[in-house]
Design a binder for this molecule. Structure first.
Ligand SMILES: Cc1ncc(COP(=O)(O)O)c(C=O)c1O
Length: 408
């Protein structure tokens, strides 16, 4: 059966439903488009699938950057083992959930002194992305009398060819080049840094399981090598993630079973890595957990024909959902799964362009889409909008009204 992103939603009386209610019913009850709606049920199902498929000892961390909506982060915290944060604001959202701060990991280049200091004081684990960050952490540790808990993020030499976004190998702003690490490890031994272990993040939006498996095998090889050079026990291996979701009709979902089997096969090698307790082996995932659980909804406010093309003009746009407009790193613009929420199964009768309110031709939410006949007042829904949706969009562009966000 080909993948159909609608399959995880309830469809009733020709309408897409969330928590048993159609979008029109939600609108009447105060859930007002333009808005994002995140489904608790789908998030919980995605995490259950990960738990059921990956080895039991793998720790699942949620990457807040995928969707920092605080109510959603709090909900997810009930199901995962930790959180990955990349800014002061994300650190505050993570701390506010009440999760044990030692299961929060601060990653990302260019961390400020203040961010590092707050992380150290709160026992947050820091993934160091440069030798200067390590020096600063040693300084902060000495000043505050708090031993910084640190992972060294490795920039490996191998390439992750199949990632939608590559974030390792070659020359990179991410991580420390593998060849510089042996010398740094000697320095770390004499510092006040508590080296918990290593972190590799090779790329995002990977749908090819074998590409993920390859990265994970290479990561474990590198960690084994560096741990033996360090000659002291480690506690943590953060293997990254990059598990992708299908966005476009030609995408095939990730074979999670294959990833699970590969991780299982790596367990004996992980057990040979020097440590005093079972190693904390982490995958950090954002998009895989929340991407399919979020929809963006806007309402048609005008319909017109211009020189043979039909335009549905909505009260939303790319200032809310940049990724669906194709302007968030897509080389060739492709349509996200877009539907008329209140006419989901009606026969296809029209070819339309769906646009937003912004005064730019870039504000295109659907290009030459074949849909059922839509009218002013109908609801446009964009699926696969739960990750890198609202928080990755230029919400201040043209000073248009903001979108609402709801967790249901
Ligand atoms: C270090 C790190 N971890 C985790 C993620 C989350 O990626 P995704 O949402 O694709 O799972 C990213 C994304 O860029 C990242 O840079």
């Amino acid at each position: 059966m080909p993948y159909n992103p609608l399959d995880i939603f309830e469809i009733r009386d020709n309408a897409l439903c969330i928590s048993g209610k159609s979008i029109a019913e939600l609108d009447y009850s105060g859930i007002k488009p333009p808005c994002y709606i995140y489904s608790k049920k789908i998030v919980a199902e995605k995490i259950k699938l990960l738990r059921d498929t990956l080895p039991k000892n793998i720790k699942i961390h949620y990457s807040i950057k995928a969707n920092p909506f605080p109510a959603l982060v709090s909900f997810i915290t009930n199901y995962v083992d930790g959180l990955e944060v990349s800014s002061m604001a994300e650190m505050k959202i993570a701390l506010a959930t009440g999760i044990d701060s030692s299961s929060i990991c601060l990653t990302g280049p260019g961390k400020s002194y203040e961010e590092l200091e707050i992380a150290v004081k709160n026992n947050i684990v820091i993934s160091a992305e440069s030798s200067l960050e390590l020096l600063r952490l040693d300084e902060i540790g000495t000043e505050t009398m708090h031993k910084p808990s640190v992972l060294i993020r490795i920039n490996p030499t191998y390439t992750q060819k199949r990632a939608g976004m590559k974030m390792a190998s070659g020359s990179s702003q991410f991580g420390i080049d593998a060849e510089q690490i042996p010398e740094l490890l000697n320095w770390v031994k004499d510092s006040c840094i508590d080296l918990h272990g290593f972190h590799v993040y090779s790329g995002s939006q990977i749908l090819d399981a074998e590409a993920i498996n390859f990265s994970q095998r290479k990561t474990i090889e590198l960690v084994k090598q560096f741990t033996s050079e360090y000659n002291k026990p480690i506690k943590t291996i953060n293997m990254g993630g990059g598990f992708g979701i299908p966005y476009f009709s030609k995408h095939t979902p990730l074979d999670l079973n294959s990833v699970g089997k590969n991780m299982q096969a790596l367990s004996p090698t992980i057990e040979t890595i020097r440590s005093e307790q079972p190693i904390n082996t982490i995958v950090e995932l954002g998009r895989y957990i929340v991407g399919e659980a979020g929809i963006y909804v806007c309402k048609i406010v005008d319909k017109k024909i211009s020189r043979g093309k039909t335009y549905l003009i909505t009260n939303g746009g790319m200032h809310h959902q940049l990724a669906a407009s194709g302007n968030l790193g897509q080389r060739n613009r492709k349509n996200f799964p877009v539907y008329i929420a209140n006419k989901i199964n009606s026969p296809v009768t029209e070819v339309v362009n769906i646009v937003g309110k912004l005064c730019t031709p870039l504000d295109l939410l659907g290009d030459t889409l074949e849909l059922s006949r839509a009218e002013v007042g109908d609801y446009i829904v964009i699926l696969q909008s739960g990750a890198y949706g609202y928080s990755a969009s230029p919400i201040n562009f043209l000073s248009q009204p903001k979108a609402n966000e709801y967790l249901m």
